[in-house]
Design a protein around this ligand. Structure first.
Ligand SMILES: Cc1cc2nc3c(=O)[nH]c(=O)nc-3n(C[C@H](O)[C@H](O)[C@H](O)COP(=O)(O)OP(=O)(O)OC[C@H]3O[C@@H](n4cnc5c(N)ncnc54)[C@H](O)[C@@H]3O)c2cc1C
Length: 437
């Protein structure tokens, strides 16, 4: 269905309206529907781009005391709690414990929705005892969840951007839906806001990330722009987190401005030397040899002149690297490589010489190669303050990354985004359905 042509104006629904058809919104919609509520889900993207950031995701973090068919070893709740504490300067310890306890049920819940997981002994993924991997990746999961939601009777509106949300005089909440120039108004008794954080709004980035903000590539979808979140804060909703703190990784500078996903991430940094556009060496203080330090590299590159840097490799470094979506730029000599990158050749030669002086594996064997890099934004540590029921106000709830700073306030743990979205989505959906009774 697409709105607003297909629905009448001034519709009053007695059920739950879920705003955002990403992972959190889908979890909320399915949970609320299973608890008997009539549910309408409004998604601003077209059907081909439904699912938000989860289209790019691969795994989710779960507490478990013993090996599971999909996740080896054990990851006891106490260890999960210690890991979360390391990335939480504030946040809510009670909510964190809820997250950990409910993470244990995500795999079974997803399987009950037709989502398939991957066994550790097949495939090439680097399995960890902390996370479960999705068979077919996030896109397959999203398709299975939409199929389940629709089979349960959840109404889905695509191309439907919620541009305003306010208390309705007759009770509940009124939203304004925009589809191009067309507008319509829907009132619902309970609403779940699952529209994602402010990652894809260039104006937001410019306001909070300084001079290189325009050089940052957005790894997730363009529709997760946080504008509804900002409107809610302007109208009195509590904010949580730091608007200038975010998770970024090094991505291929030739990738798309938006929606590059997981495949543009640069994984080969441990096999080479990073230089800025002037040929100066760029380093992470205290970096462990061989470690990827993904998030630190994103931040470091964002601070480089014009927000860019290049990874320099020799033939041996390329051979040791994982395959990449875009091939590296290859040249027979360092001089030719410098010319291709528009870096001063003498400066690059000097940086390579200094690197080779004490590097365990020097850059010596032609052909030489480079990946141009920029910072790729995954999410911002900023959102809406919620209580344990994910409540923002009476009959108004939030779920997903928009609530992340209630749980952790800096950095990231692999697989945490999906776990947080599943747990908060299900809780918000359940609480919204309960609010109707
Ligand atoms: C490249 C990449 C890889 C990732 N990999 C992983 C991983 O492997 N494991 C992991 O745990 N996490 C991963 N994450 C993070 C994870 O995908 C997110 O934390 C999670 O999917 C967030 O879900 P969400 O529903 O809260 O938000 P979003 O995914 O941002 O979804 C919000 C939805 O709301 C819609 N929307 C926004 N505004 C409106 C509006 N006004 N009206 C209507 N609809 C609106 C958007 O179109 C979108 O569909 C990854 C993220 C990225 C970017």
């Amino acid at each position: 269905m697409s709105a607003p042509e297909d629905i009448a104006n001034n519709v009053r629904m007695e059920g739950v309206l879920v705003i955002g058809g990403g992972f959190a919104g889908l979890c909320a919609a399915i949970e609320a529907r299973r608890r008997g509520a009539a549910v309408l889900l409004a998604e601003s993207a077209p059907p081909a781009l439904r699912g938000g950031h989860a289209r790019h995701a691969r795994n989710f973090r779960i507490a478990h005391e013993a090996p599971l068919w999909h996740t080896p070893g054990a990851y006891p709740p106490a260890e999960f709690e210690a890991d979360l504490a390391r990335i939480s300067d504030g946040g809510d310890a009670v909510l964190r414990r809820v997250l950990i306890a409910e993470s244990a049920g995500i795999a079974a819940w997803l399987e009950g929705c037709g989502v398939r997981l991957q066994a550790p002994d097949v495939g090439v993924l680097p399995f960890s005892r902390r996370t479960a991997f999705l068979l077919g990746g996030g896109k397959a999961m999203i398709n299975a969840l939409y199929a389940t939601a629709e089979r349960l009777g959840v109404g889905v509106l695509y191309d439907s951007d919620i541009v305003a949300l306010a208390p309705a005089p007759e009770g509940g909440w009124a939203v304004e839906i925009a589809a191009g120039a067309a507008r319509c108004r829907v009132t619902a008794r309970a609403v779940v806001v699952a529209s994602g954080g402010p990652g894809a709004d260039p104006a937001w980035l410019r306001a909070h990330f300084g001079p290189n903000a325009d050089r940052v590539l957005i790894r997730g979808g363009a529709h997760s722009n946080g504008r509804l979140m900002q409107k809610l804060i302007e109208s009195g909703a509590g904010a949580a987190g730091d608007p200038a703190s975010c998770h970024m990784v090094a991505v291929d500078g030739r990738g798309p401005e938006v929606d590059g996903g997981i495949v543009t991430r640069i994984t080969a940094i441990p096999h080479g030397l990073v230089v800025d556009r002037h040929g100066g060496r760029v380093e992470i203080i205290g970096a462990a040899p061989g470690k990827a330090h993904y998030a630190q590299w994103g931040q470091r590159i964002a601070q480089c002149p014009q927000g860019e840097a290049s990874l320099i490799l020799d033939a041996e470094g390329v051979a040791r690297s994982l395959p990449s979506a875009l091939p590296p730029i290859r040249r027979p000599s360092l001089e030719a490589l410098a010319a291709a990158l528009e870096i001063d050749a003498a400066a690059l030669a000097g940086a390579v010489e200094a690197f080779n002086f004490d590097a365990p594996r020097p850059i010596v064997r032609a052909p030489f190669a480079a990946f141009p890099m920029r910072a790729g934004l995954t999410f911002v540590h900023f959102g809406l303050a919620v209580d344990a029921d994910m409540r923002l106000a009476p009959n108004l709830f939030a779920a997903g990354m928009i609530t992340a700073p209630n749980f952790f306030t800096r950095s990231y743990l692999a697989g945490l985004g999906l776990t947080l979205s599943a747990v908060t989505g299900r809780r918000a959906g359940e609480a919204a359905a309960r609010a109707l009774v």
